[in-house]
Design a protein around this ligand. Structure first.
Ligand SMILES: [Zn+2]
Length: 418
């Protein structure tokens, strides 16, 4: 039998409403719904929002929180992160992903676009936690031709296994970046994705050095190089995109590429901060928001990411009207759904029931002059009171099932990485 949840008298952008959820979707939004649901939620002093969508993360990197502080990106990646990742195993990724899901649930994220190793462990953990995700097979060959055939074989196998995933996890192709993946594998990976209608998740122009190297090696920017290789299309989600000139943005617009802004990670690794939000938006590019992995950001808190994105955008442009609150919320919700091609990130009859309930009975929401401003600038993620994902309650009254077990297991296991 289909599960049913009725939320009574909760504040929405259209005023106080009742919301009925049937199965995985929102069935009805109305003034007064009379229905004998299996679960009844009292919406008094709460505000309903779509769950946040974290569009760029490496979930199990929660295991490496604090492992490489105060380092520059190249050194951090080549000397710290990649050698540490050699020690990962299925068990570590399983618990690391569970920890990430726990953190995401507690901070109001219901869907994430991941890029990490041990795919099956990550999917198992995510499904058990009840979250929605896009999980890619990651291509990273470091220009070593001896790795090509193994990567291709593994990718086929991963794709075949993914056919039995079901539920709320989707398979995708992760291409680490144009600087870490050979042209042959770039082409192969994007062709593999295109033939199967899969998303491609890639890092692009994260640092100025990456652009310089690309020009030295290929004669053009990373964007022009990817375009020349035929990689760019509407199925491509490009993370960072900090160092993009007008021509690069124009190409993204023409090809329908989606962009993920990851300000916390960018600031912390000092890759840059002048993300050209207005230019992307005005060119019609779908801009979304992410946190990046916990080794660089060091949390998965989308509310914090929203606030910092707005502050930095206003600051570097010297324009207090930059990145207004309503657009910020879209970046963190509906634009993510649009980019992933998943019917989430909105509160609409018929759309997926990925919802968060915000407790507004606190100093951060008092006085109640502007809910969104209070949410983004005054509150922190502890205001997320309950979370529903895919029509199932995954947190109620800030309690998440299995929380203690997750913390204990990560504490028991993380030393394997050190
Ligand atoms: Zn990343």
């Amino acid at each position: 039998m289909e599960s049913t949840i009725l939320i009574k008298g909760i504040m929405t952008v259209h005023g106080k409403r009742d919301v009925l959820i049937k199965g995985e979707r929102i069935e009805k939004i109305a003034d007064n719904i009379d229905f004998n649901a299996q679960k009844l939620i009292d919406g008094t002093k709460k505000h309903l929002l779509p769950g946040f969508i974290n569009m760029h993360t490496h979930a199990a990197m929660t295991l490496m929180r604090g492992i490489g502080e105060d380092m520059v990106l190249k050194e951090w990646l080549y000397k710290k992160i990649w050698p540490t990742e050699q020690k990962l195993d299925e068990e570590l990724v399983y618990w690391g992903t569970k920890l990430a899901c726990l953190e995401m649930i507690k901070s109001g994220t219901t869907c994430f676009n991941d890029q990490y190793w041990y795919l099956e462990s990550a999917v198992k953990a995510t499904a058990e936690m009840g979250l929605r995700s896009v999980q890619p097979f990651v291509i990273l060959d470091l220009y070593d031709p001896s790795k090509f055939s193994k990567i291709k074989e593994d990718c086929f196998m991963a794709w075949e296994k993914s056919q039995s995933w079901g539920g709320a996890n989707r398979f995708a192709i992760g291409i680490h970046s144009p600087y870490s993946v050979s042209q042959e594998m770039l082409l192969w990976g994007s062709e593999f994705a295109r033939e199967r209608n899969l998303l491609v998740h890639i890092h692009v122009s994260e640092t100025e050095g990456e652009n310089r190297d690309s020009i030295a090696k290929h004669g053009v920017s990373p964007t022009l190089y990817l375009d020349r290789c035929g990689v760019l299309g509407p199925n491509v989600i490009a993370a960072h995109c900090l160092w993009m000139d007008d021509r690069d943005i124009e190409i993204f617009s023409e090809r329908g590429v989606k962009v993920v802004h990851n300000i916390n990670s960018n600031l912390k690794i000092a890759s840059g901060y002048k993300f050209r939000y207005n230019e992307f938006r005005d060119a019609g590019v779908t801009v979304t928001l992410g946190t990046d992995g916990c080794a660089s950001s060091n949390n998965l808190d989308m509310l914090e990411a929203m606030k910092i994105a707005a502050l930095v955008q206003k600051g570097w442009r010297g324009d207090p009207t930059a990145l207004p609150i309503n657009e910020l919320l879209s970046l963190a919700t509906e634009n993510g759904g649009k980019a992933l091609g998943i019917d989430t990130g909105v509160i609409r009859e018929g759309s997926l029931a990925d919802l968060i309930l915000i407790d507004t009975d606190s100093y951060a929401f008092t006085p109640d002059i502007n809910f969104l401003a209070n949410l983004i600038y005054s509150a922190n993620s502890s205001c997320v009171e309950s979370v529903i994902c895919n029509g199932q309650v995954v947190m109620e009254g800030r309690g998440v099932e299995g929380e203690r077990e997750i913390l204990d297991n990560v504490n028991r296991l993380y030393t394997k990485l050190l």
